[in-house]
Design a protein around this ligand. Structure first.
Ligand code: C5P
Length: 235
């Protein structure tokens, strides 16, 4: 007998974050005294629409066990891979016994600690009946230049059609597994799930998210993230 589709969240936390610097991987950097990964999990754990969460961890991760979330019965872990998409694939594989092909998978970067519950709800609502799935994204506000490879501006890109991809991104379990497997088969490098789905000839829905759902990339982002989280506590 068929059951209603469930929603699983995958949080990828297996990166080394080399551009972030320091000895602590960026997913564990403290923001207002709390590790970034805990913040990144917060909106997902607060949502009753999420049935379970898988966190993909680096092979020798010793920090996860120290987080309060490690004791949550709604969270399981798996070992991530050497690239982001391999970490997502491993997490999907770890769900194989529980997830059905038509279940939804919500993939989120551990390095995006400022995700608001309202953005997660918006993404889920906007894709509820979508045949493909979608992602949070934001129209690019700046004028964009194309570097000619020698440090000179060759031309100006048409920003009216350009959006910046954020996470979470939501796709059906079966579709996402197929899309990522095809990328591996074709040795195609993808930096998000939507790119893998696009490679199948499908068009993920763009759901406008908040610009303050930033990704920790450089040390300056830490200061920014703390300011965003502090402001979020007051709203
Ligand atoms: O390095 P970047 O900022 O693009 O990483 C985005 C997210 O993907 C981070 O949360 C990082 O921990 C995760 N990641 C991963 N496995 C990798 C590389 C990155 O889980 N091999």
């Amino acid at each position: 007998m068929s059951r209603p589709a469930r929603r699983w969240a995958v949080v990828v936390a297996a990166g080394r974050g080399e551009r972030f610097g320091g000895s602590t991987p960026k997913q564990y950097t403290l923001l207002l005294g709390r590790p970034a990964l805990s913040w990144s999990l917060a909106a997902l754990l607060a949502s009753p629409a999420v049935d379970g969460v898988v966190v993909a961890l680096a092979p020798r991760d010793r920090r996860w066990k120290r987080l309060a979330e490690s004791r949550s019965p709604r969270i399981s872990t798996c070992v991530g891979g050497d690239r982001r998409e391999a970490s997502v694939s491993n997490a999907l594989l770890s769900l194989a016994a529980r997830a059905h092909d038509d279940d939804w998978v919500i993939v989120h970067d551990a390095a995006r600690p400022c995700l608001r519950r309202e953005d997660l709800d918006k993404l889920i609502a906007a894709t509820r009946r979508d045949p493909v799935g979608g992602l949070l994204a934001i129209p690019v506000p700046d004028t964009l230049k194309v570097n000619d490879g020698r440090g000179r501006s060759a031309r100006t890109a048409d920003r009216s059609v350009l959006w910046r991809a954020l996470t979470p991104q939501i796709f059906r379990y079966g579709l996402l597994r197929r899309a990522l497997a095809l990328c591996v088969e074709r040795e195609r490098v993808v930096t998000d799930e939507a790119s893998a789905v696009e490679a199948l000839g499908l068009r993920p829905r763009l759901v406008q998210g908040r610009g303050d759902n930033i990704k920790l990339t450089t040390p300056a982002d830490r200061v920014l993230a703390e300011a965003i989280l502090r402001a979020g506590r007051r709203t």
